[in-house]
Design a protein around this ligand. Structure first.
Ligand SMILES: [Zn+2]
Length: 270
């Protein structure tokens, strides 16, 4: 069983110490997939200085020299891998970035090549800002060939660009739900990568304020009993002492299972 860790929202606004505080004692044990915003525009979020919540100014990652040097070192040491997390991560009146922004294919193409050259790495995974993708957003990411690591992925064929795999995967999910006695309205994360024509998708389990170790244990046990894999997703900027202890308890629980191997998130798609 593969177990991976994903962390969202690293951007120009991120101090290296903020990542080190959460993952300094973790990333030698479990590599962290950092979902990075290449040209962040501020929005209301505790990890972003209040002065930029509404400034509308775009901050290219390379302007934070200390962070870039820090990330390059972490990548070289195998402690982190990099995923593309939108382009600006800004919110629009009509929705989140990958629901409402114009030029989504350009954002994926340029965001990816920019991060690959600034951080000297390869990128194969996309994480949608706010885990939100419109049909158009999904088409833009799928066309780029990037695999998607989400949290609330929609399997409904009507929400997706047409291809026969969309219908096949939808039936697979329905069969699966029935097999474990889960209704359509109940939350459900399919523990295997779902393959589409040019990319694959995998759903993560959220670690947010209020998440308990009991809840994570239950989700983990379900994935394990289904012969699946597991990815835990969080935001460094909201990990305080309580959440950190839940994260550590979860990793300890996973490490005790002989079948578990901690992997880079990219390996969930292998
Ligand atoms: Zn985000």
């Amino acid at each position: 069983m593969k177990v991976a860790l994903r962390d969202d929202d690293t951007s120009y606004f991120t101090a290296p110490e903020a990542l080190d505080r959460v993952y300094g004692d973790i990333w030698d044990r479990v590599p962290v997939c950092l979902a990075v915003v290449p040209f962040a525009i501020g929005y209301q979020q505790p990890g972003i200085p209040r002065a930029h919540w509404h400034s509308g100014e775009s901050f290219a990652l390379h302007r934070n020299h200390a962070l870039v040097a820090f990330l390059r070192g972490l990548i070289a040491a195998g402690r982190v891998t990099i995923a593309l997390h939108g382009y600006t991560h800004q919110d629009y009146p009509g929705g989140y970035e990958f629901q409402a922004a114009p030029d989504l294919p350009d954002r994926v193409r340029h965001g990816r090549s920019y991060l690959e050259s600034v951080l000297e790495c390869r990128i194969s995974v996309f994480v949608p800002p706010h885990n939100a993708l419109s049909k158009r957003g999904l088409a833009a990411v799928a066309a780029s060939g990037l695999d998607i690591l989400g949290s609330f992925l929609s399997f409904r064929p009507s929400m997706r660009p047409w291809e026969w795999r969309a219908a096949a995967n939808w039936w697979r999910i329905q069969r699966h739900r029935r097999a474990i006695g889960r209704t359509r309205r109940e939350p459900f994360i399919y523990p295997h990568a779902l393959r589409y024509a040019s990319h694959a998708e995998f759903g993560c389990h959220s670690l947010v304020p209020g998440t308990t170790i009991d809840a994570l244990t239950q989700q983990f046990e379900e994935a394990r009993s289904l012969g699946g894999n597991f990815c835990l997703a969080t935001h460094y900027w909201e990990v305080e002492a309580t959440l950190k202890s839940v994260m550590r308890a979860f990793l300890d629980l996973a490490a005790r299972q002989p079948c578990v191997r901690f992997v880079r998130a990219e390996e969930l798609f292998a």
